[in-house]
Design a protein around this ligand. Structure first.
Ligand code: CA
Ligand code: CA
Length: 141
């Protein structure tokens, strides 16, 4: 009985988080800025980087997106490791950038490396570039 209740609570939590994720992928103007970083080693040498999310912009144009990767550092400035672009968002402000880097590029520290992405999206309607910081991925690259 106790197990059943725990499982039900767990499933309810999963449903909630799925609904939340679906909500963040929405239509231009209806969703807030977001950036999700996922890093997957393809081989021991190459790593696949995916940065996807949404920019709440009023207008878009080709080449409005630049994606940068940084190594987070508590005691020093964050190092820029990689820059990809110009890329383009979809007309909705949604974007998904996929590229491979040498995994060694992500080796920004002795031991564990803390990597985050910044998606910079230019809005031609306002002339403003919005920087959207992602989650931080910790790994040993
Ligand atoms: Ca670091
Ligand atoms: Ca390292």
């Amino acid at each position: 009985m106790r197990h059943a209740r725990t499982l039900t609570a767990f499933l309810a939590a999963c449903t909630l988080s799925t609904a939340f994720l679906a909500g963040t992928a929405g239509v231009a103007g209806a969703a807030t800025d977001s950036a999700l970083l996922v890093i997957t080693p393809v081989t021991g040498i190459k790593c696949l980087v995916v940065v996807k999310g949404h920019a709440d912009v009023a207008a878009v144009e080709p080449g409005n997106l630049t994606v940068r990767l940084f190594g987070a550092d508590a005691f020093d400035d964050d190092d820029e490791l990689e820059r990809e672009g110009p890329l383009s968002t979809a007309p909705t402000g949604d974007y998904s950038a996929r590229f491979t880097v040498a995994c060694a590029t992500l080796d920004e520290d002795l031991g564990d490396d803390e990597i985050f992405a910044v998606a910079s999206v230019f809005d031609p309607a306002t002339g403003v570039t919005v920087d959207i910081r992602s989650n931080t991925v910790t790994g040993t690259f």
